[in-house]
Design a protein around this ligand. Sequence first.
Ligand code: NAI
Length: 402
Amino acid sequence: MSRIVLFENIHPSAREVFEAAGLTDIQTYKGALSGQELLDAVKGADVVGIRSRTQFDSRVLEHADQLKVLGCFCIGTNQVDLDQAQNHGVPVFNAPFSNTRSVAELVLGEAILLLRRIPEKNLRVHQGFWDKSADGAFEIRGKTLGVIGYGNIGSQVGTLAEALGMRVLYHDVESKLPLSNARVYGSLKQMLAESDVVTLHVPGGQGTHNIMNAEAIAAMKPGSILINASRGTVVDIEALHQALVSGHLAGAALDVFPTEPKSVDEPLKSPLIGMPNVLLTPHIGGSTQESQENIGREVAEKMVSYLRSGATKGAVNFPEVSYYDIQGAVRLLHVHRNVPGAMGGLNNILAQHGINITRQQLQTQGELGYAMTDLDRVPGQDLLDAVRAHPGTVRSDLIFPA
Ligand code: NAI
């Protein structure tokens, strides 16, 4: 029976998935552990689940002597030493897409609020004014949305926007199939000039740094709105500030910032603070109860799939092998150094033990090779010992059909 340890109050949906798979030895911790407490807690665990606050470095990996699979029940995996996990033959899974809908809903909600000038009107009522003017207030229906980055989130924003009656344009560096009636624009400048609302859904990094700089913001339609819930580095905040002050842009909503506060009581520093036509949120685009539940289920399902079949599809540090049923008596998982002769060594050992291979699949990634080999009969412990003793072997396990 696999021993499962889950830290950081992971959503109960994960436990449900493990239990449905018959994995009931589950220990949960409300918070993140560190130091000796963490080392003690992971010792002997086959399966570990963490969120973003548990630092899973090489020392922790050394102590997790039985660890078969690690789940990051969040989006990022920076808290894990992925190379060391690979060296230990431990695949790491995360949930990169579980909060797509949450981000998309926030963006459209903000677009509606800004088009109606609700942030300013809300403030005025709180200050004791009752200004019923319709000046500068617009419906979202019939307006044009420009999506920069038509990936998982951008395309979903586009689909939802069409349901609200928007015309959707998108610009992407890759060729992307348009969903519904969305129209691709090769020229970012042309799309910016036609859009009433522009929303960014690109990755961070050099390729997107200040993609919305002074020149791009100047190319936006006068009176339009800019929304960024992607990465803080993609908008030139000074240029945006100037465009809002001059009135070129009617409003903006930002969920991400070039430098974000590290703790709950550290204030955000930004020239946009205090502007009534700017919505500022603390990087919560993907933070909803539903996304937490989705993350719990998605990561647990990937881990169960790995434990049941060896499938590594979606692992962030491992050669990817998709799920398929065991075709034989048992499946031998073999993680090895990606060097010439590694597979030959494995297959020779099998032949020497009179074991026939019924199906075999190999994938490699960098210095690691990963082979799933189905065998015609269950081998004795001596074969597993021989495979594990081979110098190229990182780890090897048997998986039996359910
Ligand atoms: P994705 O990888 O599915 O889509 C990104 C798209 O941007 C791809 O289609 C890519 O080809 C395109 N792209 C890359 N460089 C570009 C460029 N220079 N110009 C135009 N298009 C470009 O990513 P996904 O899942 O849609 O996420 C988008 C962003 O949202 C990411 O930066 C992610 O970190 C962020 N995010 C923010 C959250 C929040 O809480 N605010 C939550 C989840 C994701």
